[in-house]
Write a protein that binds this ligand. Structure first.
Ligand code: GLC
Ligand code: CA
Length: 622
């Protein structure tokens, strides 16, 4: 039982205690080391109020205690076991967002045949697998994350035959393909929901209904509940009001989902990226969320579903009843799960998921995505180092900085693009030399960056529109809203892939659904192919370096410098040893020690006796 008088360092010994406290501290702008590595660990939960700079009140401390006491998993054993080898530990993944990758029939919208036509580009990077974002039939309230029919393809994207061809063309090139499965919610146009609205009791129980809404908020602004006249009740939608949350406590829903997954595995998919899969189980009775905790993470209610009471049980069931038979790979999107709870989800002794994405490292402590700030790489390092050293050999990290839901990391660090080339190359140096499975997002490999959005008309994302509306109503000036969107919008990641310098960047001959970044005249595949110093060639070399050196895959990770401006570490295995050293700032820095080893990769090309802005070097130690 955790009480007000419990000491933080003791609370942090259980997985949930660790993750919840770490996340809270993070939202106050503090790193957890302040509790785990200093005498501050002796302070009590009750005294946390002081550390919160007045953000937590009495009621939120009570809510916190309820949360901590409801998530009572045993502390994970710290055991030394050897790493087991697996294809996905050695693989580099490439994420494709179909709408924005390549348009084969020139209607301005990317499609499946477009992806097929570009598979050689992907293969030539040296990657091993692709993650393809949703292509299922959908009314596109959220670009396909609102599925109307799981066994049909979105008209704009092509046909089932096209997807079958995509799968076989991947396999022909020895590329694996994982597809994006949305199991937390369906479109309100899915036949299950339509039947539910018509009063079919069976299907009504597929969703989550209440006579009165609770105070949970949606990720896309406003209440998470929508009133349906037909049922005279509210239905839950954690995302857009057309994305209805499924009732996973209903065994029939779970069975449907396992059948859908099996359908795609039979078609040859090698596995799934599972959309917000950590949200599928909600606290019984759907209690109100604590407004203070909500305001710290910006979504009220999240403590009731980020790792709900039956999550681990349902994931095990999914594994047992479906995944196991196909030896399918899964990577779950698990926002809010920190290091220790992630160990519960991905331990190879747990039979839940293969890997997951956790997100704290991609915003600086105390910041949320829409905040106007320059990302400070230095503040990411403690988080990275913890995942490298304390995730246990039962688990394997994913290493990523971008996806379709975040602005481009190179721009977040350097909005003016002064050190664009060095930063892009530093990021991939880190990805290819850290322990874990790298996930490259389309366009990273050429250094695509944020779009200079000016007006709300330029955006396409429902999140952006809802945010704009909500903030206007709350009284924020339009100028301020646009500035925040410019820093945080997901549309930055979704502008068309830049293949060449032509009008629509070789993505299409037709005006695309979202504008092409004007910088495509310089940043594009064709131009970079011709320049050996380009980001594209650098990506290929870094991927090659990793593939050729098991030490960079399975080798130990030994931090050398993790504080302040320099990040340096060793990777070593079977007598091969690498030292990676980077300058995390835009200022020249001295080497913290003398290095006379062999330089085998540098984002500056040649050695200098100082570390230049964002310099990232790999040395081989002989
Ligand atoms: C995930 C997806 C995101 C989508 C949301 C709702 O976060 O990555 O694009 O909007 O889930 O499905
Ligand atoms: Ca098209």
């Amino acid at each position: 039982m955790i009480e007000r008088s419990s000491r933080l360092k003791d609370v942090m010994k259980t997985p949930s205690g660790h993750d919840v406290i770490a996340r809270l501290l993070y939202s106050f702008g503090l790193d957890e080391n302040i509790v785990t590595k200093t005498p501050l660990g002796n302070i009590t939960i009750g005294a946390l109020q002081k550390l919160s700079f007045g953000k937590l009140n009495d009621a939120s401390i009570d809510a916190l205690l309820r949360l901590l006491n409801s998530l009572d998993e045993e502390a994970a054993e710290e055991e030394e076991i050897p790493v087991k080898e697996a294809w996905w530990k050695e693989a580099v993944f490439y994420q494709v967002y179909p709408r924005s990758f390549s348009d084969s029939n020139h209607d301005g919208i990317g499609d499946i045949r477009g992806i097929v036509s570009r598979l050689d580009h992907i293969k030539n990077l040296g990657v091993d697998a692709i993650w393809c974002c949703p292509f299922y039939d959908s009314p596109n309230a959220d670009n396909g994350y609102d599925i109307r029919d799981y066994k049909k393809i979105m008209d704009e994207f092509g046909t089932m035959e096209d997807v079958e061809e995509l799968i076989s063309e991947c396999h022909r090139r020895d590329l694996k393909i994982i597809i994006d499965l949305v199991m937390n919610h369906t479109s309100d146009e899915h036949e299950w929901f339509r039947k539910a609205l018509k009063g079919d009791r069976k299907y009504r129980d597929y969703y989550i209904w209440r006579k009165q809404p609770n105070n949970w908020t949606s990720f896309f602004s406003g209440s998470a509940w929508k009133y349906f006249e037909e049922q005279k009740e509210y239905a839950l939608h954690l995302f857009a009001e057309k994305q209805m949350d499924l009732n996973w406590d209903n065994p029939k829903v779970r069975k449907e989902m396992y059948d859908i997954a099996a359908y795609w595995l039979e078609k040859g998919a090698d596995g799934f990226r599972l959309d917000v899969v950590s949200f599928i189980s909600k606290s019984e009775g759907l209690p109100d969320g604590d407004p203070t905790i909500g305001s710290l993470v910006s979504f009220t209610g999240i403590e009731h579903y980020f790792h709900g009471p039956h999550l681990d049980e349902y994931l095990r069931e999914f594994h047992e009843n479906c995944l196991k038979k196909y030896d399918a790979y899964t990577v779950g999107e698990c926002p809010g799960n920190g290091l220790m709870m992630s160990r519960m989800i991905t331990g190879d002794d747990r039979n839940e998921l293969t890997q997951l994405f956790s997100f704290d490292h991609i915003e600086n402590p105390g910041k949320i995505r829409m905040d106007v700030y320059d990302f400070d790489l230095r503040k990411m390092i403690p988080e990275i180092v913890r995942w490298q050293t304390r995730y246990s050999n039962h688990c394997w990290p994913t290493v990523f900085f971008n996806n379709h839901d975040v602005p481009r990391m190179c721009s977040k660090i350097d909005h003016e693009g002064k050190h664009h080339d060095a930063i892009c190359k530093l990021l991939v140096t880190m990805q290819m030399t850290l322990k874990g499975t790298p996930y490259i997002y389309q366009g990273d490999e050429i250094g695509m960056s944020d779009y200079p959005f000016e007006s709300i008309e330029d955006y396409r994302d429902i999140e952006a529109f809802n945010y704009y509306q909500e903030q206007l109503e709350k009284g924020m000036s339009e100028k301020e809203i646009l500035k925040r969107l410019l820093y945080g919008s997901r549309d930055h990641a979704r502008t068309p892939m830049q293949w060449n310098d032509s009008q629509y960047a070789g993505f299409s001959d037709h005006e695309p659904w979202l504008k092409v970044n004007p910088n495509h005249t310089e940043i594009n595949v064709e131009t970079e192919e011709k320049d050996d110093n380009s980001i594209l060639h650098f990506y290929r070399r870094m991927i090659r370096l990793r593939k050729d050196n098991p030490a960079l895959i399975y080798g130990s990770f030994e931090p050398i410098r993790t504080g302040k401006d320099i990040f340096a570490y060793y990777r070593q295995k079977d007598g091969r040893k690498f030292m990676i050293i980077m300058n995390l700032t835009d200022k020249e820095r001295d080497y913290p020690f003398t290095v006379h080893e062999k330089l085998i990769s540098s984002n500056y090309g040649v050695y200098s006796n100082k570390l230049r802005a964002y310099e990232a070097n790999v040395f081989e130690i002989e």
